[in-house]
Design a protein around this ligand. Sequence first.
Ligand code: SF4
Ligand code: SF4
Length: 325
Amino acid sequence: MSLIIYDSQIPDLLVELAQEFKLYVPVEKDLASFSGQYIWKEYEKSDRLALLYPLTVASPKEFLLPSKDVLFEYDKEEIKKTKSSPQIIFGLSLVDLLAVERLGKVFETPVTDLNFKERRDKTVLVAVDKLSPPQDIEFDVYLQEIGDGVFASFAGSKLGKKIISKKYFENHKVKTPKIYTKKDSYLSDPDLSQAVAKSKNHPIWEELTKTCFGCGICSYVCPLCYCFDTSFEIDFCNNQQGTECRNWSSCLLKDFAAVNSCNYREELKNRIYNWYFHKFVRMPSEYGFEGCVDCNRCIVYCPAKINYQKVLRTVLNDYKKRTKK
Ligand code: SF4
Ligand code: SF4
């Protein structure tokens, strides 16, 4: 026996959850020009839910690491830490759930980022996918589609148990779920990191500058890019109040590494190489995983149609040829 929920019950569950939490869901966009695209937004009853979404434009990163994150506010008298509200991200795919897990590890290593932690501690993760729940990734509730519009439910925390004990879930005999298998991809090739590390002089980086705009869109849509800059906003007229914000940025932008009159990565080819180096060399060495979960957003939304998988394959194949592996 297992607890299941039918998709017809999910809107009622969401209405109830929205009374207690800020609730974010994936929906199909209504705008004609974006027809067929999917986004994350705060839930409204009229939304066209897109559980099992093909691919949302932006990732759920926004709810844990907002594009403009107010770190603190101050006036003449005091510094006020900003508080976040309890929230639910409902409908994460397994891949986006993995990205949230990795982002959490980045923001606690080597020291805990208190703003991120405060938001993460107040976030309930509800994943929805066709595959069975993973053993090694945190979630509160996991809904596995086991038939058309029928979801087996699994709790991964106390709060998750409370959610799946609500009246919308029923006891039912269900077939054994599919086994969770890690995607077999070249990302798990043991030579990948070394191949990228040794590719600084590979002609592909120069080649990419012919098409790459250096626009940073690949970073903004990526659930695991977290480059930022900070800004102070001061209101001298109004009791000298102000805020300090952490804003999304991208290491692909021309001025990202500019300090005073020196720009450490002015050349686009160096910035492109750095993007790959960080994801596939530095992050595996610092955290034990790549800065990529293979979600494909950077391929789909790159205006120059650059495919990072093809780039990595070229670098990897050439490395294997050179080292005769
Ligand atoms: S790879 Fe594509 S999305 Fe990324 S900076 Fe270049 S053009 Fe922009
Ligand atoms: S596929 Fe692209 S957007 Fe997705 S995680 Fe990897 S690098 Fe980021």
